[in-house]
Design a protein around this ligand. Sequence first.
Ligand code: SAH
Length: 406
Amino acid sequence: MRNIRRLSLRAASAARSRAIVNGLIARVTRFNPMSETEKINLLDLNRADLEAFFVANDEKPFRARQLMQWVHQRGIIDFEQMTDMSKGLRGFLGEHCCLELPQVVSAQRSDDGTRKWLLSIDGSDNAVECVLIPEKSRMTLCVSSQVGCTLNCSFCSTAKQGFNRNLTTAEIIGQLHLVHHSLVKEGHSQGVTNVVMMGMGEPLLNFDAVIAAVDMMCDDYAYALSKRRVTISTAGVVPAMERLDQVTDVALAVSLHAPNDELRNQLVPINKKYPIHKLLAACHSYIDNYKSRKITFEYVMLKGVNDSLEHARQLVGLIQGIPCKLNLIPFNPYPHAIYQCSDQEDIDKFRDYTSSRGIITVTRRARGEDIDAACGQLVGAFHDRSRRREKYQLSLKEIGGVSIAH
Ligand code: SAH
């Protein structure tokens, strides 16, 4: 009977494997602390990590690809059904590892076809939501990266619930797994075609877990989505945007929402730490080396706040030199919101102005409002959130110094 070498450095002979295993220790222990008795959730591991794991346990690296195909492409999470693995290996995996997905608490469908899943994670009062937006030619899944959010954007309802914790890689990729395989079972053979990290949370403040999940979204042995079809959306965590450039080239969306620092400080408080000129410099570097890349700027339309022609003029001045498109998002209301959505006429005028100055501008259609599935309406309503609120108060104190893992 072999003993599992969870992350044994001894067993990883090549320097490359050692580096991977070191990274794995950091990642897995950070998000999923292991004791000798606790099983490793293999959904936390991208291909490089899985290969290192198998090598460390005297198996060939190709086992990683086999496992990923079973799990992500065929939707099988029972080791015993993985028939191209030996009985011994299946037993070993069953004894020491697991493939644990978030639990579906509820699934809702909007009149316009938008669907929302409420998912319970770690069987506790932690819940997150993900939203599927079906369109003629694509099925876009909006994925959450954190339980709550620390950023406290003044117009976002996720902010109001505070911050509880980062999602693990397994919990992030698990959202795609659940929805993709539900669609396939329902007869939509293509499943999810696009992923946007625009659900709850700030993806760049959960950097390592998000990147490992994004790796799997794009991996040929998993979901094989093209990098153009995976979008990370950020409120502007500048150092993490710089780091992102080193590790991936998926599409980037930036939640700008205001054309000057004075207003953006009020709407998106992280602007106090990373003001607009720093944010735009990071946008430039993200696309500079890639001719085909464009940044998507998101701009929520708030009545009487950021929606005048003067704001449009300032905005054009800011972004005109950047290969980009502009998404105008009509504000989605929620109880006790202090803002209202701009009038349609003003949204159209704003769009006409920016378009006439050469900025590709699209007004995003609100989807799923009747089930609170639209942008900024996701709150993961589930259980009592008093603990979350306490953490939120603490996190507010830290907003001036948002911590980012380097
Ligand atoms: N933290 C990331 C991703 C999550 S929010 C970010 O800030 O980009 C996804 C998008 O929805 C962001 O552009 C956000 O600003 C926008 N949004 C949040 N609340 C909204 C609301 N009530 N109405 C419309 N858009 C909203």
